[in-house]
Design a protein around this ligand. Structure first.
Ligand code: FE2
Length: 270
C-alpha cells in the first residue's frame, strides 16, 4: 500500500487543487494508517469538518424518513449517530459491537476489493476517516466518512442488514477467479450500494450509495427500473462517476433479502 501522502484524489475531486484540503486529507489518512491500536485512532475534527457533517446528516435524515427502507431506519435509530459532529470510529465501533457484533477499523483510503469484502466476513467494516471537500458538501467522488457511516454503519445497526453484509463477505471469499469477483462486485454494487425496494407503495432504498448521497437519493425514483434479477446484475455495467440510470427494484425488502442471502450462500460453490 502506498503511503498516505501518495494517495491521489480523482482528477474530478473538488479538492484536487486545494493544497490545504489535500494536506488535511493526508494527515487524517496518516492517523488512519496507524494500526498499532486495536480501536480506530482518534481524529480531532475541525469546526469546518463538523459543519460539513452537520449539513449533510441533517439534510439526509429528513430525506430518509420518506426514502429509506424501514430496516435501514431500524439500524440508524439503534446506532443513533450524532447530527452535529463527525463521530469517532472507535465510538461507532463500540456501539455496533453491542448492537450486532460488528466492528469498524480505520483505513487510510481505498483498499483492495478482496481485502474490503473479505473483512465483511468477519463482521469488520474498513472505513476511511477523512471528510469530503467543504465546497461541495452534498457530493463526493470517493468514499468518505459520511458515506461510510451514514450509508453503511447505520445499516449495520440492523441485525438483518448486518447478517446480509456478513453473508456478502463470506461469499466474496469463495471467488476463486477475477471474473467471479467481478460478478460479485456488480451484485454488491446493485444491491448493498444501490438496492431499491417497494415498501408502503413507495420506492425506497437500502443501498449505502443512495442513502449517503443528498443529490442521488432525490433522483433515484426517476431511474430506469429493472426486475430484481441477480444473474442480470452480475453481468451489468455501471458508471461510478454519475447517478445510476438503471436500478434493480424488488417488490419488497424481504424479497430482496431472501434472494440475496440465497445468492451469497450458493456463490462460488459450483
Ligand atoms: Fe460503500
Amino acid at each position: 500500500m502506498s503511503s498516505p501522502e501518495e494517495i491521489a484524489v480523482p482528477a474530478h475531486h473538488p479538492g484536487v487543487s486545494d493544497p490545504v484540503y489535500l494536506q488535511r486529507r493526508a494527515a487524517i489518512a496518516a492517523v488512519s494508517a496507524d494500526q498499532s491500536c486495536a480501536v480506530a485512532p482518534f481524529v480531532a475534527y475541525t469546526a469546518e469538518e463538523d459543519s460539513v457533517w452537520r449539513t449533510v446528516s441533517e439534510a439526509l435524515s429528513i430525506l430518509h424518513a420518506e426514502l429509506a427502507t424501514d430496516e435501514y431506519r431500524v439500524g440508524a435509530a439503534a446506532l443513533d449517530l450524532p447530527l452535529d459532529r463527525v463521530p469517532q470510529l472507535a465510538w461507532v465501533s463500540e456501539r455496533l459491537e453491542s448492537l450486532t457484533g460488528w466492528q469498524i477499523r480505520a483505513v487510510p483510503g481505498l483498499v483492495p476489493t478482496r481485502t474490503f469484502y473479505g473483512a465483511l466476513s468477519e463482521r469488520t467494516f474498513l472505513s476511511t476517516q477523512y471528510v469530503r471537500h467543504p465546497s461541495v458538501p452534498f457530493y463526493t467522488p470517493e468514499p468518505d466518512i459520511i458515506h461510510e457511516m451514514i450509508g453503511h454503519a447505520n445499516a449495520l445497526g440492523s441485525p438483518r442488514l448486518a447478517t446480509l453484509y456478513e453473508a456478502a463477505g463470506r461469499a466474496s471469499r469463495r471467488a476463486v477467479s477475477d471474473a467471479q469477483l467481478d460478478e460479485f462486485s456488480r451484485v454488491f454494487w446493485f444491491t448493498i450500494e444501490f438496492g431499491v425496494a417497494w415498501e408502503h407503495a413507495r420506492l425506497r432504498t437500502y443501498g449505502a450509495g443512495l442513502l449517503s448521497s443528498f443529490g442521488e437519493i432525490q433522483e433515484f425514483r426517476t431511474s430506469t427500473l429493472r426486475p430484481f434479477d441477480i444473474s442480470v446484475m452480475g453481468q451489468s455495467d455501471y458508471d461510478i462517476t454519475r447517478f445510476q440510470d438503471v436500478l434493480f427494484a424488488s417488490p419488497s425488502f424481504d424479497v430482496a433479502e431472501d434472494l440475496m442471502l440465497a445468492y451469497f450462500a450458493s456463490f462460488g460453490t459450483d
